[in-house]
Design a protein around this ligand. Structure first.
Ligand SMILES: *Cc1c(COP(=O)(O)O)cnc(C)c1O
Length: 401
């Protein structure tokens, strides 16, 4: 490691709150599916800033769209209309099939908004329903509300507030969801493919059963599509693979492809009974800059046929991962769908991630024992081959250690 890198990391550890054990690298620039650190070392990126940079780095059209908006107007507040937000919302409705959009600054805020929307629908009717059913091992974000529906107790403990109103069901087990329903149940929230929670996709039957249960009991169904949405599973949104529609949904991560922006959306029927002026707001959410990013991202998804590309490339990716899994006793199985995949190990994957990084491949985990792959959606076979080579070497290094 060069002196400059060491100095910068030492400085960061003096100044930034220590909430991450960061990898010992200072990233500098990106191009396509590659990142470069300040020493000029090149990395093949199979994380994409955690399922964010779907369209690749140094995407000239995207950068130009943002630069043009910077010179025009960055921010207005939500007291006024702005063209990028109007156009982005219209397009987002089209690709989700939902009817109403609220832009936020992050995924967690989108989850907060989704929960508030559901609570509002059930507020004031008699005593109001306030219980939420979430899934074990789920992840919905780090703000107090989003955290309270996050199934990973490790993230939640020490910060429990509205916890008593949240119950956790077993994922892919509709009976488990049903057993937690009370007359006070307001909403069910779930990820169609849990990103942090292990990458096991939802079964179509499970989603159908939960949808039917929610309809029967007047419960709102919320899908968190923050990680699995935006083309990652081969459909624009993962729920579209199953023909089951939520009442409320969340979106973020690849929605801005690098500009911090999220959204929650709902059906007209839900909107008619939910938030009204004064109920919810945000200073930055959906400002012209963020909305210009969303508008450009959705434009590129359409012209570059991103979900189609994912459907085409994913079988090759899965095949390679299956092959890697078959070649190592320490790998128990491959999981996931589309370009959202995991390899389950019989031991912690941190040494593999570190070895891969040394060899120029960026990967992350999902829980201690699962290696997660959420690459840019524009990857081609040659990148998958390159990933395979480096990963094989990294696994062998761990096995020999
Ligand atoms: C990342 C993520 C969030 C939180 O998004 P932030 O932008 O980090 O607040 C919520 N839900 C899911 C499924 C996520 O993957």
């Amino acid at each position: 490691m060069e002196t400059r890198t060491k100095e910068l990391i030492a400085q960061a550890e003096q100044d930034l709150l220590h909430t991450y054990n960061r990898y010992q690298v200072v990233l500098d620039r990106g191009e396509g599916v590659y990142l470069y650190d300040i020493e000029g070392k090149k990395y093949l990126d199979f994380v994409a800033g955690i399922a964010v940079f779907a369209l690749g780095y140094a995407n000239q059209e995207y950068n130009d769209a943002l630069k043009a908006q910077i010179d025009k107007l960055l921010h207005t507040s939500n007291y006024y209309y702005n063209v990028p937000a109007i156009e982005a919302a219209h397009k987002l409705k089209e690709v989700t099939g939902m009817d109403r959009v609220f832009f936020t600054n992050s995924g967690a805020e989108a989850v907060e908004g989704a929960i508030k929307s559901a609570m509002k629908v059930h507020a004031g009717k008699g005593k109001g329903r306030s219980e939420i059913i979430a899934m074990e091992h789920s992840f919905h974000g780090r703000t107090i509300g989003a955290l309270s529906v996050t199934g990973n107790a490790h993230y939640r403990e020490d910060f429990e507030t509205i916890d008593s109103q949240v119950r956790f069901a077993r994922f892919n087990d509709a009976e488990s969801v049903r057993s937690l329903v009370t007359e006070n149940t307001c909403a069910v929230i779930l990820e169609v493919v849990p990103g942090e929670g292990g990458l096991v996709p939802a079964d179509t039957q499970f989603l159908k059963d939960v949808r039917a249960l929610c309809d029967e009991k007047g419960i709102l169904l919320i899908f968190d599509e923050i990680q699995c949405g935006m083309g990652r599973t081969g459909s624009m949104f993962a729920f579209q693979n199953h023909g089951v529609k939520p009442d409320i949904m969340t979106c973020a991560k690849a929605l801005g492809c690098g500009v911090p922006v999220g959204a929650f959306l709902m059906t007209e029927e839900t909107a008619a009974k939910s938030l009204v002026p004064g109920d919810h707001g945000t200073t930055y959410g959906g400002n012209p800059f963020a909305a210009a990013a969303v508008r450009e991202v959705l434009r590129q998804y359409e012209v570059r046929r991103i979900p189609e590309h994912v459907r085409e490339i994913a079988p090759y990716f899965e095949q390679k991962l299956e092959k890697i899994a078959a070649g190592h006793d320490c790998i128990l199985e491959r999981r996931g769908c589309g370009l959202m995949q995991g390899l389950v190990f019989d031991r912690p994957v941190a040494p593999v991630i570190r070895a891969a990084m040394d060899k120029g491949l960026i990967l992350i985990n999902a829980g201690a024992n699962i290696l997660r792959f959420v690459p840019p959606l524009i990857i081609e076979k040659e990148h998958i081959d390159e990933m395979e080579k480096i990963l094989e070497a990294a696994i062998c290094e761990m096995e020999e250690a």
